[in-house]
Write a protein that binds this ligand. Structure first.
Ligand code: COA
Length: 315
């Protein structure tokens, strides 16, 4: 079994496992240098190949709120009857590499493996190597029906965010980040308020509203932010669809939760995505979040990609 055999068996298995996954291509090892080393383990009919890539973001960038500053990401292809076993050896090799390049105990480093949610091979090995399933990229095809939810809340009004909402919107974004940071993927940073303020100001100034406020009996208590093409173009690589929307944020103030505000915002988002002709909508959520996980799955979403993370990258 060689690299090409591993890649083609991996691709065939994924295509059968989930029709919404993009076609899996051979690993891009063009940059097979010290920065992006390639690993391969072959035993009998089984093989695992992986490319490790390191990325770093500055704390002054919005991305830094949703990840560790330094991330080592392993992209893998697995094949054969013993794929779990060869994957375990591959992870050991990767660990040896990380031990040379990552600072032990640094909370702003993470080792990340993103696996198709419906291809569970290797999950046990990831757990044994200290990884946890932390975040999911979930998908909702446009024709999916939501489960019958709470009765529509008559006092909810949804409107585009305006200049006067800047502080409220920044406050709701910050509350969401603080809540999500409990579950490992997000990072509450000193720069958060400033970053949110700049983004909210940009959204408010935009001619096509992407930031929405939910008022409950006149009080602004909920927030929704969406992306449609071209802004959501980055998400197309993760799903087999042409017209892809992205639900960036949905948050309801603690005092107003469980009373239908979130469902009203989600229904509004899905109406906007339908009007924009989206085939699917994607969103990220923290898997251990006891509010968002059940909420999204009752809204018609389901897991597409699972982010396994070990943070710090090396203990
Ligand atoms: C996730 C979140 C947005 C949901 O918003 P919400 O306003 O609390 O949600 P809703 O009230 O519209 O819907 C949930 C309620 O609907 C009701 N409900 C759900 N399914 C129902 C059904 N089948 N039949 C009747 N009622 C139902 C329940 O009352 C449920 O509340 P409960 O789970 O406390 O019992 C909100 O809880 C929140 O902001 N959480 C913190 C931040 C967060 O996690 N954001 C998402 C990030 S991805």
């Amino acid at each position: 079994m060689n690299t090409a055999d591993i890649a083609s068996e991996h691709a065939a298995r994924l295509a059968a496992a989930d029709p919404l996954l993009p076609l899996s291509e051979a690993l891009d090892d063009a940059g097979s240098t010290g920065d992006a080393p390639v690993f391969e383990v072959v035993k009998g009919d089984s093989g695992a190949s992986g490319v490790s890539a390191r990325t770093e973001v500055a704390p002054k960038l919005s991305d830094s709120l949703w990840r560790a500053l330094v991330e080592h990401r392993l992209t893998v292809r697995l094949a054969g009857s013993q794929s779990g076993e060869v994957f375990a050896d591959l992870l050991t090799r990767w660990d040896e590499h990380l031990a040379k390049v990552a600072a032990p105990g640094d909370w702003d480093t993470a080792a990340v493996v993103i696996r198709p949610s419906r291809d569970p091979i290797g999950s046990a090995e990831l757990l044994r190597h200290g990884f946890a399933p932390v975040r999911v990229l979930a998908v909702r095809p446009a024709d999916r029906l939501a489960a019958p939810g709470p009765a529509a809340e008559p006092g909810v009004r949804i409107r585009p965010a305006e200049q006067a909402d800047l502080d409220t919107a920044v406050g709701l974004h910050t509350e969401l980040l603080r809540y999500d940071a409990e579950f490992g993927g997000a990072t509450l940073r000193e720069s958060a308020r400033e970053l949110f303020a700049a983004d909210v100001a940009k959204q408010i100034a935009s001619s096509s509203p992407a930031l929405w406020i939910a008022e409950l009996y006149g009080q602004p208590l909920g927030l929704l932010q969406i992306q449609v093409p071209p802004d959501s173009g980055w998400a197309r690589q993760y799903v087999r669809a042409q017209r892809v929307g992205y639900l960036s944020s949905l948050h309801v103030a603690e005092a107003a939760r469980s009373s239908g505000v979130g469902s009203a915002l989600a229904a509004h988002a899905h109406q906007l995505f339908d009007e924009a002709g989206m085939e699917v909508v994607l969103l990220h959520h923290a898997l251990a979040n006891p509010r968002s996980t059940p909420f999204w799955y009752s809204q018609g979403y389901r897991p597409l990609w699972t982010h396994w993370q070990r943070r710090p990258a090396i203990r």
